[in-house]
Write a protein that binds this ligand. Sequence first.
Ligand code: GLC
Ligand code: GLC
Length: 648
Amino acid sequence: MVNDQVLSEFLQHIIERHHIQSNDSAFLERLSERLATINRLYYQIYSTHPKKDELFEQLIVTLFKANHERSSTLKKRDEEKAEKGHWFLSNEMVGMSLYVDRFAGNLKKMPSKLAYLRNLGVNFLHIMPLFQSPEGESDGGYAVSDFRKIDERFGTLEDLRTLIKEMQKNEMHLMLDIVVNHTSHRHEWAEKAKKGDLYYQDFYYMYENRWIPNEYEEHMPEIFPEAAPGNFTWSEECQKWVMTVFHDYQWDLNFMNPIVLREMIDNILFYANLGVDVLRVDAPAFIWKQTGTSCQNLPQVHTLLQLIKQCVLVSSPGMALLGEAIVAPKEITKYFGTGEFMALECDFAYNAVHMALQWDMLATGETEVMMAAQHEILKKPFGTSWITYTRCHDDIGLGYENQMIKAAGKQPYPHRRFLMDYYSGKFPNSPATGELFSSNPKTGDARISGTLASLCGLEKALRENDSFSINESIQKIILMQAHSMFIGGLPILYYGDEVGYTNDYSFRDDPGKSYDNRWMHRPVIDWKKNKLADKEGSIENRIFSQTQKLIQIRKQLPVIADLKNLTWSTPQNKHVAVFMRDKDADRFFGVFNFSSFPTNLTWYVFKEHTQAPKRLLDHWSGIEIEVGYDHEFLELQPYQFYLFEVID
Ligand code: GLC
Ligand code: GLC
């Protein structure tokens, strides 16, 4: 442990030795304030590395360099965000996740699509990976071969800069990914490693024989058991086994080497300086490996993320971090930080548990498993937030814990089997059209692919030209979106869902995609179809306008800001999910019937946790309702929901 005196001498020494000229006093203040913590976290991981001190110095130089390169516009934006406080908790933010090529063609064409997004109400964009990645071996851009060069398919860095300027003019926020866990095997580091360069072989996990790989494999689950079984790949070029947890073309970076950490922090700050508002840290659960463990969620992962967070707070304090940890419920909340680092690790995590549970509720018409998971989800600390969503570019994993299913009086194995059968359309009369993704016969696990519309039944209803089912599927789509927009967090819609895209099966004919059915829910936008959003009465219009209306309602209600202000009602009716959100004197109730039949709810539900309200305004229908006696009931139609504000 070093004291303040030593650290300030150390800073002075760095400044002189590297001829650093920094007159950004706010930065210097932040650095001095956080240096001891950065130092402590760094040495917690690297204290035994032979070059630890030299590399620590380099890390700090990286922070100076990044701050020096940060534009005055971005520094001003940082200040504005700091003044607002927790800017990213706002109810006024609504996101969409999209691929520029599939949505607009390329980056240059994106600015002309912003009006469409603004009309919908979207003011936050997650642009899917843009940096260079080999075609056919790209994993949708998550196999990066150059962290600084935009892939030619999408455009150039200049195009991105132009888009960002345009977005900022329109008060839109931007999220990009940093793929920290691995690089493409075509990345310069990997290419050099293949040629036998030991310096770069140290960037990866590489072994001459199977001894250590076998030891690892004993406890490591497989992520893509069908397309990429096992966790190691033999490299012919250098005659070594390389760790490849995801696809064989994605080589896992070795963070035991502090050079890797420094390089990746350099990349992170490069993205920050482009003007990224939220950085999506891809697959962070995997960045530390240790034999004898599952190699996921290890304590060092959190130390590394806390260290990254401190560096970001020093060099680009306006950029928030999202940890894409799609892991067990009790593990996810740890990504917000624990102990003294509570709310000082990732600012956001995906509420993947609740997302999956919404699908559970929709299939079963019952809320009990969802309710049994809430005690974990509610552990999220104040000042952090969820990404809430119904669909994204990935599959739906049913990764909640067995005990949650058991708490609802169900058997885990048959329950999950039912959900898989239901969404893959195997279950008799299931309205859903989806497919199983990454089935693992060894464990019986599988995840689910398919678009929001297809999984809600629209594809089948259209095929059968069944107008009752078309209406019902639209109702389900909107129910799912409403629930995820009001539960708390930053909602991120998935492109195409706003007009009801059904599954696209063309990936099967493309050898670069056919091994991965997640492509069935990654549509290429047909603007003729999206234009139908303007055509009164079309399916596209019905879905678009209702989604737009949900967004408008959300933006009007400050009580929906994610201020750790969610209270669940004790279930009175297992088919209906009811929660309260409150802020000062404002109270809001979300009421959602997940079943396919009419049902009702005793009015007591609204009095359980708060002073009995007299009148409620349902923002969805615009109707005011008198609260009845406890022995009277509020009626709900199939898949109906209410967005109640207490007005008296
Ligand atoms: C993330 C991405 C996913 C990708 C994986 C490997 O989970 O969301 O699409 O396959 O990381 O990078
Ligand atoms: C697993 C990983 C996640 C990845 C997904 C892809 O859930 O945790 O990172 O996106 O697999 O299917």
